[in-house]
Design a binder for this molecule. Structure first.
Ligand SMILES: *Cc1c(COP(=O)(O)O)cnc(C)c1O
Length: 384
């Protein structure tokens, strides 16, 4: 089976057993508990909805398939998924994380888990050869995002995973920006994949959700335990919403990418655009690795305008179709200003060091007609 087929069918198999109703859409099982005939044997393995729910199980089976993994686990948000991964660690353990990591992840690392005695190093190891400089005897996890947010840096997932494996260090890839349609980190040798399903996987801006996918049986046991012990599970209703979104994931990803390429073409010919970040551009740093490890470049584009902070604000506030909003990877085009929105908690000095200038704009290209997206950008650029 190919991706578009299993996105629709895996986990969604109709129940044609006696008593099954043959629904082609998985029902939303709202029951919080499951009755049993025998005291010491739950019916079909179901006990209590935190430890297992048929709608969530359907989604989790589907999620594993999307990443070519053996196991999938659904959580109540991307950050809840990340929290459960960090619960694999103990006081004194060390994590090396890519410096351009998602802001909420950085906050969770430095303001929550650092207090529990986990030690973090943020570093740029997009050139995997640099990684060993940051490893310590206590290093347990290397944390990657590729492409990163908002500069779309690319990390060589296969080389980093290979090096980490020789030292028994777990590799985690936050694959939110690529989606499982364009990149499969488990196939590249990573141990754990996480997604904010709020973004491409769900795709419709109507559910906050996260997931973890793995191949290793021991890791799967740990996540099964943690999911129940911590309790940050995805609800049956949201599991249904995400399963519904996944059915069109491949269609959406094709269009996101096709539209993004046309938007990049338009921007690169425009005199008011100073710089464009898109992994599909031949001159993008990391393009060669992206070409090797991704089957497409998805729909996230960042760019810098000529001018200053005022120019950026004027441009954004002149847009009519494209909403100024956080989040990304959804059907509607969304645009944001990292310096005042998603990355405002990063001190200006640090922002400049990483390359987050005041005129940097991050655009999540939606699946509207691309002429309307470009038309809106064009009219707003004329106002600056
Ligand atoms: C949004 C996002 C998260 C956090 O996910 P939530 O669902 O908002 O909790 C984590 N990583 C990346 C790359 C994201 O874009």
């Amino acid at each position: 089976m190919k991706f578009s087929t299993y996105a629709i069918h895996i986990g969604n198999e109709p129940n044609l057993q006696p008593g099954g109703s043959g629904d082609v859409v998985i029902p939303i099982h709202l029951s919080t508990t499951f009755a049993r005939k025998k005291v010491n044997r739950p019916t079909q393995g179901l006990e209590y909805s935190r430890s297992g729910n048929p709608t969530r199980f359907a989604l989790e089976k589907n999620l594993a398939a999307l990443e070519n993994g053996k196991f999938g686990f659904a959580f109540s948000s991307g950050l809840a998924a990340i929290t459960n991964i960090l619960f694999l660690l103990q006081k004194g353990d060390h994590v090396v994380s890519i410096d351009d990591v998602y802001g909420g992840t950085r906050r969770l690392f430095t303001q929550v888990f650092a207090k529990c005695g986990v030690d973090f190093t943020f570093a740029d190891f997009s050139n995997s050869a640099d990684l060993s400089k940051f490893l310590k005897p206590a290093t347990k996890i290397v944390w990657m995002e590729s492409p990163t947010n908002p500069l779309l840096k690319i990390i060589d997932i296969a080389s980093v995973s290979k090096l980490a494996r020789t030292m028994k260090i777990l590799t985690v890839v936050d694959n939110t920006f690529a989606s499982p349609f364009f990149q499969k980190p488990l196939d590249l040798g990573a141990d754990i994949v996480i997604h904010s399903m709020t973004k491409y996987i769900g795709g419709h801006s109507d559910a906050i959700a996260g997931c973890v996918m793995v191949n290793d049986d021991h890791l799967a046991e740990s996540f099964k335990f943690l999911q129940n012990a911590v309790g940050a599970i995805l609800s049956p209703f949201d599991s249904f919403q995400i399963l519904k979104g996944i059915k069109t994931l491949s269609l959406r990803m094709h269009t996101h990418e096709e539209n993004a390429k046309k938007v990049v073409g338009f921007l690169s010919r425009h005199s008011r655009i100073k710089k464009i970040y898109y992994p599909g551009l031949i001159y993008h740093k990391g393009h060669k690795i992206a070409e090797k490890q991704m089957s497409g470049y998805a729909g996230m584009v960042s760019f810098e305008l000529q001018g200053n902070l005022k120019t950026a604000v004027k441009f954004l506030e002149s847009l009519k179709l494209i909403s100024i909003a956080e989040s990304l990877g959804v059907v509607e085009s969304l645009i944001e200003h990292p310096a005042s929105m998603t990355h405002s908690s990063v001190p200006k000095k640090d922002r400049e060091k990483i390359g987050l200038s005041d005129t940097l704009i991050r655009l999540s290209v939606g699946i509207e007609d691309v002429e309307d997206i470009i038309g809106d950008l064009d009219q707003a650029l004329q106002k600056i």
